[in-house]
Design a protein around this ligand. Structure first.
Ligand code: ARG
Length: 366
């Protein structure tokens, strides 16, 4: 039996990966704490239902572009099994009129060494999304005797998990930024809640964004679950919607990170990188001034790249400034047309989840 699952960071040579699927995707109905996470000026406010079929087909085409590039570079690609996401769901604690999608996998699955853990997402509509990955998890389990198949403690997501007086239509962008700076987020601390895409893996260190989708209790949980790793909470003032770290702070190789120029890591949190001679450079400007239609994310998906190895990176095909910068930073750039998959939850990094990268658990911050 072979070793199938192992990955300790986002840059070691990628050999096997999961790429999401847009099939049956929904714009989910409102639930506690969704309004807080949808940009105020979004056309999607108050809207819910099946995503238009033409956009689903086009999104899937984009994901096929990514699959082709990966396979051409010798990477084995696995795909989830979508459910009928339009079904209503219920638990003893809540009911919701639909689920969402199995895009992007990065939000749901966290690979640390030989373990893949399904996350403890704070969105009710994402509560059963992990089921789309269970056939793959069973396959890895059967084929790799060392694979650890794990589910993080499931949050209950009762009303107590959210602040109910947090959001008000009239709240200004300035006020939102003050809240981010004050680490005042819509989720409470009654239980650990986290999205896998808030966790940046760097060998012995995990840098976890504290924001709208991941709380402090989750960080404490991580530290106890992985006593041999070091857990660092990171915050990015300047982001009015701090959700997922991978359009904000993106490592390209040991010693080099690109940082969203609107969302700087505070001085005291930068110290560990500087003390270890890591360079943090401002990411290039996005090529677009608006995200595509029906998209929740910002234009900064421009920097949401997928590193294939410390010298090779996949960048979205229209993001010419980001490509140029990567080239100057000494990376070989593979452009991939993926923009029409953005509405389903993210860019190149989001759309994937690591299964196998070469390399071992290194200490980059001794
Ligand atoms: N919050 C990010 C932005 O809009 C989007 C992150 C998407 N990442 C993900 N893993 N789904 O700038």
């Amino acid at each position: 039996m072979a070793k199938i699952v192992s990955s300790w960071n986002d840059w070691d040579p990628l050999k096997r990966v999961i790429v999401g699927r847009c099939d049956n995707s929904m714009i989910p109905p409102e639930e506690p704490a969704t309004s807080e996470k949808v940009p105020v000026d979004s056309e999607m406010r108050g809207m819910w239902g099946l995503r238009p079929l033409a956009t689903v087909e086009r999104g899937n085409e984009c994901l096929e572009n990514l699959v082709k590039i990966l396979e051409d570079h010798g990477v084995v690609v696995d795909r989830p099994t979508p459910l009928q996401w339009n079904q209503a769901i219920g638990t003893p604690d809540f009911r919701n009129d639909s689920m969402m999608t199995c895009m992007p996998p990065r939000d749901i699955l966290l690979t640390i060494g030989n373990e893949i853990m399904a996350s403890a997402n704070s969105f009710r509509c994402r509560y059963f999304e992990y089921l789309a990955y269970w056939p793959l998890m069973k396959q890895y389990f059967d084929e790799d005797p060392e694979f650890k198949w794990t589910q993080a403690p499931r949050p209950r997501l009762t009303d107590a998990s959210y602040k109910h007086n947090y959001y008000d239509e009239k709240i200004s962008l300035e006020e939102r930024l003050v809240r981010t700076a004050n680490k005042d987020f819509v989720t409470t601390e009654v239980e650990p809640m986290w999205d896998a895409a808030d966790v940046m893996r760097m060998g012995k260190d995990l840098f976890i964004q504290h924001g709208l989708t991941t709380n402090r209790t989750a960080m404490e949980w991580f530290q106890r679950y992985y006593p041999e790793l070091r857990v660092h909470a990171v915050n990015f003032p300047g982001d009015p919607y701090p959700i997922h770290i991978d359009a904000t702070f993106v490592p390209l190789r040991p010693g080099l990170i690109i940082n969203n120029p609107q969302r700087h890591l505070p001085e005291e949190q930068r110290a560990i990188f500087e003390a270890n001679d890591w360079q943090i450079v401002d990411a290039a400007q996005p090529a677009h001034t608006e995200p595509p239609a029906l998209c929740y994310s910002s234009v900064w998906l421009s920097m949401n790249c997928l590193v294939l190895d410390p010298k090779t990176v996949i960048v979205e095909a229209s993001e010419v400034y980001q490509q140029e910068q990567m080239d100057k930073l000494g990376m070989n750039v593979l452009p991939c047309d993926l923009r029409d998959a953005y509405p389903f939850g993210g860019g190149l990094h989001c759309s994937t989840a690591d299964v196998y990268r070469e390399g071992t658990c290194e200490d980059y911050f001794p």
